[in-house]
Design a protein around this ligand. Structure first.
Ligand code: NAP
Length: 311
């Protein structure tokens, strides 16, 4: 008998029929309200909150197979209490997200968007020795706040650009240090010494709001702040103020606290490159993410351990 499963409707084109055998799929669009019923598996997008109430409305549920590596949209404590497995999609999106992080580093350091706007506006009057002067990367310091899969992949791309690497993580990464010359430092040294700070920690009660007025003030004048992790790591109003005052040189963001809404002051702030949460958005990666999420469902429903559990 096919197992009743809820799968985000937006994943439909990324999945092959063969991946859905033995599942009786109900496609659940992101704008549909929280479902109530007898489904035993759910594959949500990261924009769907799955908390205590939602889990209560799905009393037969055995697995939440989140289609993302971050799982801050799932109340894992409530899930564990109800003996519902939670899985994510680590690894397959590492390289795509690291590439996008570099797109933001280069776009902010070399003022790409301002250049594009100037050309498109028809106001460009020709080459000028002082036009859109940016930050030379060679000899500068890249600070990785978080050096797990994605943070390290970003760091591994840095040596050819001549950047020195500092990183903060709960545990040291000897192999990463050996390969890249990176140095493990405490957060305060990372913030104080880096010319580019790039965030790669998950959103947890300890990390939420860690970039705020106080931590921004500890950063060097002219620093570039990059965030491809989660929006709520940053207090957006404080970031907007730091950009307005010119304390921050620029900021490249892929994620926001209240997506898809963006704090109006941040939207209007100078020297930003704002992307619509496309860190993992390559066709290969998105197919692999959907495949892993559904493979986790098959594993759990056939009585095997999940492939990529979050706890
Ligand atoms: P990961 O491998 O689990 O790495 C997380 C890193 O954060 C680790 O180095 C970890 O330290 C560190 N960390 C965790 N809590 C910390 C704390 N309180 N203080 C300091 N460091 C802490 O995760 P990942 O695969 O690299 O993904 C990172 C995040 O990127 C995800 O959680 C997700 O939110 C985000 N993401 C965004 C996109 C996008 O589309 N923009 C795509 C993919 C992922 P240890 O190594 O010592 O454990």
């Amino acid at each position: 008998m096919a197992h009743p499963a809820l799968i985000a409707a937006e994943l439909k084109n990324l999945l092959e029929p063969a991946q859905l055998v033995d599942l009786d799929v109900t496609w659940l669009a992101a704008d549909q309200p929280p479902p109530k019923g007898e489904w035993i598996a759910i594959v949500p997008l990261l924009s769907r909150w799955v908390g205590g109430t939602e889990l209560k409305n799905l009393p037969k549920l055995r697995i939440v197979a989140n289609c993302a590596v971050g799982y801050d949209n799932v109340d894992v404590v409530a899930a564990e209490m109800r003996k519902v497995m939670v899985t994510n999609t680590p690894g397959v999106l590492t390289e795509a997200t690291a590439d996008l992080t570099w797109a933001l580093i280069l776009a902010t350091a070399r003022r790409l968007i301002e250049g594009v706007d100037l050309v498109r506006s028809g106001q460009w009057t020709g080459w000028h020795p002082e036009q859109l002067l940016g930050l030379e990367l060679r000899g500068r310091t890249l600070g990785l706040y978080g050096a797990g899969r994605i943070g390290q992949a970003v760091g591994r791309r840095a040596p050819p650009f001549g950047l020195r690497i500092l990183y903060t993580a709960r545990t040291a990464k000897p192999e990463f240090e050996r390969d890249t010359g990176a140095t493990h430092v405490d957060p305060s040294r990372l913030l104080g010494e880096s010319d580019i700070v790039s965030l790669h920690v998950p959103s947890t009660p300890e990390t939420k709001g860690m970039i705020n007025g106080e931590t921004l003030a500890r950063m060097k004048r002219g620093v570039i702040l990059i965030n491809t992790a989660r929006g709520d790591l940053i207090r957006e109003e404080a970031l907007a103020q730091a950009l307005e005052r010119g304390h921050l040189g620029a900021s490249g963001l892929d994620v926001y606290t209240d997506e898809p809404a963006i704090h109006p002051r941040l939207l209007a702030a100078p020297r930003t490159v704002l992307l619509p949460h496309i860190g993992s958005a390559t066709e290969d990666t998105r197919r692999k993410m959907a495949a892993i999420a559904v493979a986790n469902v098959h594993s759990v429903l056939s009585g095997k351990p999940p492939l990529t559990p979050v706890y």
